[in-house]
Design a protein around this ligand. Structure first.
Ligand code: KG4
Ligand code: ZN
Length: 347
């Protein structure tokens, strides 16, 4: 039995997770404590890196204490530490990496610099057990929109496609701003969309033309189309039908994400799809993914929203997979790598 401590600080969430790995490779979640600085960024309409770093510094030790309290464990119970070393904001990552190094050195336990994106996929194993190999991961958050082929969560993750401009969550946040809705924009747009007509406005589906990259995404054109549509209405002195705009925008995002993910699963003959990241909490994306996966005979796995957004438990889970696979730990001169490629699961 092994206790793994996971530390996350790549964006605006300070996360500390504790996971128990048993002899059969099964994981048990013991604690998942998160401190968010999202409210400090709200008036800027997006994450301010310097504010995020400072908030991590303030939250790290209290969040750590809470996690150990919830799990009923002591620091000396920890057998290994995993920390997000990338991708993410440099200053924010550094806080977690520095803390993890200090704990690893003082406790004399192995340290794993872990990839945040593989962590999002690992989160699902806490809820639904081991992943079949291969599986397809659709990762949609404020910073990323990616399609990944996962042959082995600890060692073999390959990118099939990614966004060439805005991430899906970023598009939600920017469209929310255009509509006068608060940041982060995903939840209020999702709510408004449920009252609107998804077929009211035909917004463009990015990169779905015959000559476009099959598995890449683009949301920047969609975001601009929504802004132009709203501006034109306002210029004409007409009321903006907020619910219909939200529903039509959401339909375009959900349509493109799920169509490309299902097409990739079929093309590569992959029978299981995992959808994770903050945007995976979206009601329409979940419903359309369920509908299209069922029609294609694909098993769909979506972790509960708490595990979809950034947290330390997902990093601890990935750490457990690294320990179980016998992956070499990182050295203590581990540094933060803001642009860490998804294929580098641990550094
Ligand atoms: O994974 P996450 O917590 O942090 C990042 O790594 O970015 O994702 C945050 C993103 C934000 O852009 C937020 O607007 C979006 O997830 N989001 C949603 C929903 N809930 C959160 N987007 C669409 N629908 C939702 N229900
Ligand atoms: Zn994330």
């Amino acid at each position: 039995m092994t206790i793994i401590l996971g530390i996350e600080s790549s964006c605006d969430e300070t996360g500390v997770g504790l996971v128990r790995l048993d002899g059969d490779g099964r994981l048990e979640l013991l604690a998942d404590e998160v401190a968010s600085s999202v409210e400090q960024h709200a008036r800027f309409g997006g994450v301010v890196p310097e504010v995020a770093s400072r908030a991590h510094l303030e939250a790290m030790v209290p969040t750590m204490r809470r996690a150990f309290e919830v799990a009923g464990l002591k620091l000396s119970d920890v057998d290994a530490i995993a920390v997000t070393s990338g991708p993410g904001l440099a200053g924010a990552l550094l806080v977690g990496v520095s803390a993890a190094k200090a704990y690893a050195l003082s406790l004399g336990v192995p340290l794993y610099g872990a990839n945040h994106l593989a962590g999002h996929v690992a989160a699902d194993t806490l809820e639904h057990g081991p992943l079949p190999s291969p599986c397809l991961a659709l990762l949609v958050s404020g910073g990323h929109s990616q399609l990944l082929r996962v042959d082995d969560l600890a060692t073999r993750v390959t990118e099939i496609g990614s966004t060439i401009d805005d991430a899906a969550g970023e598009a939600y946040d920017k469209v929310a701003r255009v509509l006068g809705l608060p940041y982060p924009g995903g939840p209020p747009i999702d709510r408004a969309a449920q009252r609107g007509n998804p077929r009211a406005i035909a917004f463009p589906r990015g990169l779905t033309g015959p000559r476009d990259a099959e598995y890449d995404f683009s949301f920047s054109g969609l975001k601009t189309a929504v802004a132009r549509w709203v501006e034109a209405r306002e210029r004409d002195g007409e009321e903006v039908p907020l619910d219909d705009v939200a529903a039509s925008f959401q339909e375009a995002v959900a349509d493109v994400l799920t169509a490309k993910a299902v097409r990739a699963a079929e093309r590569f003959d992959i029978g299981t799809m995992v959808v994770s990241g903050g945007v995976a909490a979206n009601s329409r994306i979940k419903a359309l993914a369920a509908e299209r996966c069922a029609a294609a005979g694909i098993t769909l796995r979506v972790p509960k929203p708490r595990l979809c957004t950034d947290n330390g438990a997902m990093v601890a889970a990935l750490g457990a997979h690294l320990v179980a696979a016998g992956v070499e730990p990182s050295s203590l001169d581990l540094s933060a790598t803001p642009g860490l490629p998804v294929s580098t699961v641990s550094v």
